[in-house]
Design a protein around this ligand. Structure first.
Ligand SMILES: [Fe+2]
Ligand SMILES: [Fe+2]
Length: 291
């Protein structure tokens, strides 16, 4: 295997083969051809999305603490490993940003992002370990899909490579949490479905919005500027998603729910999902029209 990578840390095992915490990283995150970076192919809209994603990935320690509190103690080593890999994702994106966008200062941005409240309060209690794990499956499925969509949305070869590696990692995370969710107290498919839908409805929550605001440099600015930054972020992200991406997401989500609708139903749901995203983007765009 070619040597890495982001910060000199070597990877020798896959996520699924890592029962204990370590400083090693999965092979999917290792072999990035940084020399292939092409500044002429960097799209400013993509930079803003990568900045926000870098901030979100770098904050995984906060969720690690929550997961360790909610899940049975036997999962703590795996959670530590998961958090290390998410931090690694943040470092990989920060390294790309250092090439593509030297004006971005990840540490200063992280300090400002720290002011955004984390997943605290009653909503963080999903009702038990199985609910938490099923919700995690949804988040990892969406993350894996997002990186696929981002890889397809950019022409910059290094970012494409990073995103495909990270998509694989997120898919591994999904499989790990799925496995765990089948070993915790059983939950029926309808209850899993409700958990997934609830988490889906939270995807535009304060975390992502806050990261978008900091990433676009408008934190501390008037509400209207922050609202525009949030809207621009979701417009950019939703516009990247195509039928093939939602097909991938849907397959994982049904796996997490433990049901398998007929292919025709899944196809229509994929089409419906893309239409819903396009309508959402159109509504935001119309809201910008002068009155
Ligand atoms: Fe990640
Ligand atoms: Fe992940």
């Amino acid at each position: 295997m070619r040597g890495v990578v982001v910060d000199g840390v070597r990877a020798d095992r896959t996520v699924d083969a890592m029962p204990t915490p370590s400083t090693t990283l999965p092979p999917s995150s290792r072999s990035i051809d940084w020399d292939r970076f092409d500044a002429a192919r960097v799209d400013p809209a993509v930079i803003a999305v990568v900045r926000a994603t870098c901030l979100l990935e770098s904050r995984s320690d906060r969720y690690r603490d929550h997961l360790i509190g909610v899940l049975p103690p036997r999962y703590a080593p795996g959670v530590e490993q998961w958090a290390e890999e998410e931090r690694h994702h943040g470092r990989a994106l920060a390294r790309w940003l250092a090439l593509a966008d030297p004006t971005f200062e990840p540490e200063a941005a992280m300090a400002r992002f720290a002011a955004v409240p984390y997943h605290d309060g009653p909503r963080s209690d999903r009702g038990g370990p199985t609910q938490e794990l099923v919700a995690r499956c949804l988040v990892e499925a969406m993350a894996s899909t997002f990186y696929l969509a981002l890889a397809d949305a950019t022409d910059e070869p290094v970012l494409q490579q990073i995103c495909r590696r990270l998509s694989e990692d997120e898919r591994r995370h999904f499989l790990r949490f799925l496995d765990w969710s089948r070993a915790t107290p059983p939950m029926s498919a309808p209850r899993r479905f409700v958990t997934v839908v609830r988490r889906l409805l939270e995807l535009e929550d304060e975390q992502i919005s806050g990261a978008a605001v900091v990433a676009r440099g408008v934190d501390g600015r008037p509400t209207s500027a922050r609202r525009s930054a949030r809207r621009d972020h979701f417009v950019d992200v939703y516009s990247m998603h195509r039928l093939r991406h939602l097909d991938v997401a849907q397959a994982m989500v049904w796996e997490a729910i433990g049901a398998r609708p007929p292919a025709a139903v899944r196809r229509w749901l994929t089409v419906g999902g893309v239409v819903a995203l396009r309508v959402r983007v159109a509504c935001w765009s119309l809201s910008d029209l002068p009155g």
